[in-house]
Design a protein around this ligand. Structure first.
Ligand code: SF4
Length: 694
C-alpha cells in the first residue's frame, strides 16, 4: 500500500544547479517527483545538499514550460506551434539559405553548461561537421574561460587540481573572489568544517562574505581589495614570498622550467610589486598583505579556492596565472590539501569546456589548427574540419552588427540576460536572419528567435555532468522529455536535415566516441561509471580509475611554467561622473539568471535584486534602506532598491543578477579579458542616486 507522500520508486541523478555536482535520489510517485533526497553514495556530496538542489526542482513541471516546437518568419510575428519535423525543416532551410547567400562562416552556435557532456559534444560536432566551421562557443566564455587559458598555460591542463575532500588536509585556505557558502554551498560546508578544526583562513574580496563573518570560523586576514586590482594583489603576495625567502626551492628546481622561472623571478623582485608600493592601488595595507603572504607560504599545505571574482576581469587570465605562480612558488601543487581550485558556477561548465565548445579547441582541449589532432576527428567523423578557429560569443555579436554573421543556434543559454551590455546583445540578436533557441522556457533570448525548440530539464535527461573537481557524474532520466524529444535527438535531427546524419541510439554511444577521441576521457564509459559511481578525469591507461589529485609526479607539459603577469589597470575607473565601482555576485537561494529558481513555489525564491551600499556612501547621497536608486554607467541605467550594508567598503556597491527586470547587465560594460574575452562583470563605474519610483 502506498501511503500519501511515499515513493513508488526512485532514480539516482545529479543536481543541475552549481558545479559541486551533488547526487540525489529522485523519489517518484508515478511520473511525478515527490522529493529530492540527497544521496549518501554521492561522491561529491555524501548525503548533503543545499536548498536549491533539494527544494527548487519544481520548475521542471512549471506551467511556463514550452513543450511544442514553434516557428515564425519575423520576431514581430506571433509564434506558430508546429511538429518537430516542420520546425527542424524550417530551421535547417533558413541556415542553408544563409550559408548560400553569405558563406559557410555566417552561422554558428552556442552550447550550454546546463546540458550534458554528450549533448554539448553533439552540438559542437554539428557546428564543425554540418555547419562546416568552428563558430562554436560556450557560456564558459562569460565565466571561467580565463581558468581554461591560465591553468593550461602554467600547469598544462585546463582544470582545477584537487578533489573537494582535499580541503580537509589544508592547513591554510585562501579564498579569492568566491563566496562558497552562497554559490557552492555543499563545498562551503565542507570548507567550514575544516576551518572549525583550525585551518587558517585568508579571504581576498572587496566584500565581506558570509564565510568571513561566520561566528564559527576564525578569519585570519580579510584583504578588501579594490575591484579590478587582483593582479597587483597577487603579484605583491609573490613579491613577499621571494623577498622573505619563503619559496619552496626544491619544488621549483624539480618541477618547474628553470629558464622561465629565472625570467619570472627578475620580473617579480622589482619593487613596484612590493605591498608598500601596491597598497594604494589595491586598498590592502602592506602589513596585512605581508602577514597573509607569510601565513600562506609557511603553511605545510596551503590551498587556493577562487571564483568569478578572479576570472570576470579585463585581467582575468593574468590573475589565474598569478594564482598558479604563487602555488608553484610555494610548492603547493601535486598533493592533498593544496592546489589551485576554481569553483565552477554551473553544473556542467567544466564539461562544456572539456567537450570542445571553444572555437579553437576540439574536445579535450585539442587545438583545431594542429593537423594530427584534427585528422583524428576527421577520420572518425568522416568529414573535413576547418583548421581556422571560429568566432567567440562577443565576436559573433560584433559580426552580426557588422552584417557578416546571420544565423545562430543557441542551446540552453539566456544570452540576452546573462551577457554584459544588454543593449549591444539585443541589437545583435535582433539583427540575425535566423535565431534558433532551444530551452525549457521562452526566455529573454527567445524574444529575438525565429525557431523555438523545446528543451528537456535535467529530470528528462540521460547523460553525464562534470563538476568543479573534474568528477564525471551520471545524470539519469527520471521522466520522459515533455516535448517527446531528448536534446541530443534534436541536435541529430537538425544535423541530418543539414545533410550530415549522425547515428546514436543512446548517450552512452556518444560517450564511447568521446572516449575514443579524447585522451583524458579514454577510460570513461557508462559501464565504468556504474562500477565506480563517478570518475574524475584524466581517466586512461595511466589512471584507469581516474585522478582525484592532478600533477602529483609531473605536469602534462612536463615542467610547470611561471607566467609574467604585469598589472594593467582596467579602463573602468571611478571618476567624477561615475564615482562608485559596482561589482556583482549571487545569493544562496537564487541561481544565475533565476530562470529555474524563480519558478519554484516557495516564497524564499520570490525576492528581488538589491543594491548593497556602504553606510557612508548612502549618507552622502541621503539614501535610506529600501529607497529606490537609479544606477547609471556609461553602458546604460537601471533601478534597484537600496540595502545599506557595512559588508561593502566605501566606494564599492554590489548587486546580483537573478531577475531580468533588475537589469544588472544593462549597466555592465563590454570590457573583457585580454586573452579570452571573458566580460569584466566585476568592475563597472557607476553613479547612484535616489529616485522616486522604479
Ligand atoms: Fe545543487 Fe550545488 Fe546545492 Fe549541491 S551545492 S545541491 S550541486 S546547488
Amino acid at each position: 500500500v502506498i501511503e500519501q507522500g511515499q515513493p513508488e520508486h526512485s532514480v539516482i541523478t545529479t543536481c543541475a544547479y552549481c558545479g559541486v555536482g551533488c547526487s540525489f535520489k529522485a523519489e517518484m510517485k508515478g511520473t511525478e517527483v515527490i522529493r529530492m533526497v540527497p544521496y549518501k553514495g554521492g561522491q561529491a556530496n555524501r548525503g548533503h545538499s543545499c536548498v536549491k538542489g533539494r527544494f527548487a526542482f519544481g520548475y521542471a513541471n512549471h506551467k511556463d514550460r514550452i513543450t511544442s516546437p514553434m516557428i515564425r518568419d519575423a520576431i514581430d510575428q506571433p509564434w506558430r506551434e508546429v511538429s518537430w519535423q516542420e520546425a527542424i525543416t524550417f530551421a535547417a532551410g533558413k541556415l542553408k539559405n544563409i550559408q548560400q547567400k553569405f558563406g559557410k562562416d555566417s552561422i554558428g552556435g552556442i552550447t550550454s553548461s546546463r546540458c550534458t557532456n554528450e549533448e554539448t559534444y553533439l552540438v559542437q560536432k554539428l557546428i564543425r561537421a554540418a555547419f562546416g566551421n568552428n563558430n562554436t562557443d560556450t557560456c564558459a566564455r562569460v565565466c571561467h574561460s580565463p581558468t581554461g587559458f591560465g591553468l593550461k598555460a602554467t600547469l598544462g591542463e585546463s582544470a582545477g587540481t584537487q578533489t573537494f575532500d582535499s580541503v580537509m588536509d589544508a592547513d591554510v585556505v585562501m579564498v579569492i573572489g568566491a563566496n562558497p557558502t552562497d554559490a557552492h554551498p555543499v563545498f562551503g560546508s565542507l570548507l567550514k568544517k575544516r576551518l572549525r578544526q583550525g585551518a587558517g583562513l585568508i579571504i581576498a574580496d572587496p566584500r565581506r562574505i558570509d564565510l568571513g563573518i561566520s561566528p564559527h570560523v576564525k578569519l585570519d586576514h580579510h584583504l578588501p581589495l579594490r575591484p579590478g586590482t587582483n593582479v597587483a594583489f597577487i603579484n605583491a603576495m609573490a613579491y613577499v614570498v621571494v623577498e622573505e625567502d619563503l619559496e619552496d626551492q626544491s619544488f621549483i628546481d624539480e618541477r618547474c622550467q628553470q629558464e622561465n622561472y629565472q625570467q619570472w623571478r627578475e620580473f617579480i623582485v622589482d619593487s613596484r610589486h612590493s605591498p608598500e608600493n601596491t597598497a594604494e592601488i589595491t586598498g590592502i595595507s602592506a602589513q596585512e598583505l605581508r602577514a597573509a603572504a607569510r601565513l600562506y607560504a609557511k603553511a605545510n599545505n596551503a590551498a587556493i579556492y577562487y571564483g568569478l571574482g578572479v576570472t570576470e576581469h579585463s585581467q582575468g587570465s593574468s590573475m589565474v596565472m598569478g594564482i598558479a605562480n604563487l602555488a608553484l612558488l610555494t610548492g603547493n601543487i601535486g598533493r592533498d590539501g593544496v592546489g589551485v581550485n576554481p569553483l565552477r558556477g554551473q553544473n556542467n561548465v567544466q564539461g562544456s569546456c572539456d567537450m570542445g565548445s571553444f572555437p579553437h579547441e576540439l574536445p579535450g582541449y585539442q587545438h583545431v589548427a594542429r593537423e594530427e589532432l584534427r585528422t583524428k576527428f576527421e577520420q572518425n567523423w568522416g568529414v573535413a574540419i576547418d583548421p581556422e578557429p571560429g568566432l567567440r560569443i562577443p565576436n559573433m555579436f560584433d559580426a552580426t552588427i557588422d552584417g557578416s554573421f546571420k544565423g545562430l543556434y543557441c542551446q540552453g543559454e539566456d544570452i540576452a540576460q546573462s551577457d554584459p551590455n544588454t543593449q549591444h546583445v539585443q541589437l545583435a540578436l535582433s539583427s540575425l536572419e535566423c535565431l534558433i533557441v532551444q530551452d525549457i522556457f521562452l526566455n529573454e533570448t527567445a524574444k529575438f528567435a525565429h525557431v523555438f525548440l523545446p528543451g528537456a530539464s535535467f529530470l528528462e535527461k540521460d547523460g553525464t555532468f562534470t563538476n568543479a573537481e573534474r568528477r564525471i557524474n551520471r545524470v539519469r532520466k527520471v521522466m520522459p522529455p515533455l516535448s517527446g524529444m531528448a536534446d541530443w535527438q534534436v541536435t541529430m535531427a537538425l544535423s541530418e536535415a543539414l545533410g550530415y546524419p549522425m547515428n546514436y541510439q543512446h548517450p552512452s554511444e556518444i560517450m564511447d566516441e568521446i572516449a575514443k577521441l579524447t585522451p583524458t576521457f579514454a577510460g570513461v564509459s557508462y559501464e565504468k561509471l556504474e562500477q565506480l559511481g563517478s570518475i574524475q578525469w584524466p581517466c586512461n591507461e595511466q589512471a584507469p580509475d581516474g585522478t582525484p589529485i592532478m600533477h602529483r609526479q609531473s605536469f602534462p607539459i612536463g615542467k610547470a611554467t611561471f607566467a609574467v603577469t604585469e598589472y594593467v589597470a582596467t579602463e573602468e575607473k571611478a571618476n567624477r561622473k561615475f564615482p562608485l565601482l559596482l561589482t556583482t555576485g549571487r545569493i544562496l537561494s537564487q541561481y544565475n539568471v533565476g530562470a529555474q529558481t524563480r519558478r519554484t513555489d516557495n516564497q524564499m525564491w520570490h525576492d528581488s535584486d538589491v543594491l548593497e551600499i556602504h553606510p557612508d556612501d548612502a549618507q552622502d547621497r541621503g539614501i535610506t534602506e529600501g529607497d529606490w536608486l537609479g544606477i547609471k554607467s556609461r553602458a546604460g541605467d537601471t533601478v534597484l532598491k537600496a540595502k545599506i550594508s557595512d559588508r561593502m567598503q566605501p566606494g564599492v556597491v554590489y548587486t546580483t543578477f537573478h531577475h531580468p527586470e533588475s537589469g544588472a547587465n544593462v549597466v555592465t560594460t563590454d570590457n573583457s579579458d585580454w586573452a579570452t574575452n571573458c566580460p569584466e562583470y566585476k568592475v563597472t563605474a557607476v553613479q547612484v542616486e535616489k529616485v522616486t519610483s522604479p
